[in-house]
Write a protein that binds this ligand. Sequence first.
Ligand code: WT7
Length: 629
Amino acid sequence: MAELDGDVFHPDRSVAATAHVPDADALRAEALADPQGFWADMADELEWFEPWDKVLDDSDAPFYRWFTGARCNIVHNCLDRHLTGPNKNKLALIWQSEDGSEHKTYSYYSLNRQVNMMANIIKAMGITKGDRVTIYLPRIPEVFFAMLACAKIGAVHSVIFAGFSSDALASRIDDSESKLVITADGSFVNGSVFPLKSIVDEAVRYSPTVENVIVVRRAGNEVTMDALRDHWYSDLLALPIAKGTCETVSLDSEDPLYILYTSGSTGKPKAILHTHGGYMVGTYTTLKYTFDMRPEDRWWCTADPGWVTGHSYLVYGPLLTGATVFMFEGGPTYPYPNRWWQLIEYYGITQFYTAPTAIRSLMRFGEAWPNRHDLSSLRLLGSVGEPINPEAWHWFHRVIGKEQCPIMDTWWQTETGMFQITQTPGEPQKPGSAGKPFFGQDVAILDADGNEVPDGEEGFLVLKNPWPAMLRTLYRDDQRYVDTYWSTYPGVYLAGDSARRDADGYLWIIGRTDDVIKVSGHRLGTAEVESALVSHPAVSEAAAIGLPHEVKGNAIHAYVVLRVGEKETPTLAEELRAHVAQHLSPIAKPDAIDVVEKLPKTRSGKIMRRVLKARAQGLDEGDLSTLEE
Ligand code: WT7
């Protein structure tokens, strides 16, 4: 029997007995003793066109290279290899529309056909190996086709969350020098239409590299089409060039697979670069072991493909393991807060992977909503994006998992590409702890001098071993890669989080230590929010901080100094919030905006956000010796 003993959950013994990893601590010790041996064994479970010479080449660290000399393609392992075995006619993807009126399914065979057509089309548009393609799509099957089509021909995709504004989209298209953008006319957001295509039009006006825009018909809203540049996807599919198979090209293990922009401490988003070989081994292994993937499972990851969770555990990881993956176009509460529970029941979801912020927001609607549904198909639950507070953990455990389902809390980052700290289903779980290092990983918690802190004390989280799905660099910015991650403590990867380890070896993540704020699990840089604010004509200076929020984890509070001659009006704060939504993204909208006379700064002019934070929370302001007069 599963049992919650004080603050430790012990899954039923049968869970470990039947899992891929029956004795996790034993495998942890074995993999730590020989990480390369562990990763080589896992890589052997996938197919390669040519074998590797070396599992890990660390001769140019921190520019690590994995499976050097090998030839492969992640799409061969996501699709092609399934076509010759029992998965051929298995469902790869199940999709439901936001309003529930449409439902689509793709077997591995038919998903492969769709990917071939998309790949043929983009190839005919002149996209070749190494070219960047921006994907700006809602959660519809075409996002799978587009990502896999790029990878199949060796092009590098850059997926942008379809909630980003035209400014944010333009700067990312520009930075990546994309030749092609794949988008839709519009997307559905809680019953209304969000005009994706017009946002692309606006963005592409400033992007000279874009030659073609493919537009998927989705929301039926009116759009303007540029006769030379824009193409309806349905028209392209009807052309002879779309037909037939498209070769899955043989790539070097280290050839780039994608770039994904994420927020950092400074204004410009970081373009994280991932490659084919190591990434496929890392995402495959972590998903298989952590979520104990079995052939009969139906996996649902609620993340959007615009974030790394969508890349690793909605698209690539599940297909690598030959799973059936479910993708839902909508969100959890439209039209009613039972939407997700209804889908779990309807499709018989076995593993459900979501974010603490979603759990907290659904808790507020009460237990009656989930209790209307039979959730007994679930066998595992998962959490990602921010620490899960024990209250949310217990609700998830009791109300959704019916006290039987282990909860896999997975700590990782856009940079890591794959889980770093988590557990396997059979192990005891502590609500609020992300668990233990993944196999082959060596996690340490350091003080400012680089010494390990004693158990129970807070320090900086670092990863001591390289891992196959690690970022290779920041796209075209090797120096920033070295500076950001590898310079604070030479030779180890600095995660940017603080954490502590308890006496049982369980890790507890506390939060970011840099100027990154996690709002509803989304990663935002204070500098991005600030630069959106100062782009408003009334604002001369701005500072953004994160303050604890019951549902969102953190909420953004902003302080602005107005330009000389500008006056605070009753509508100004709302106007500025709308400005941030429009110029960055609605997810970055500050909860509160205060107009102030001046901002606390150091004598060298740096904004002291920690002082603002302490003041807002009524806490001690700490050392003020560097504060300017
Ligand atoms: C940051 C990375 C990779 C998944 C999506 C987020 C926080 C992520 C957890 C967790 C506590 C977590 C960290 C990390 N974070 N997962 N299970 N427990 N914190 O990716 O946007 O790159 O953000 O998210 O602060 O550094 P991301």
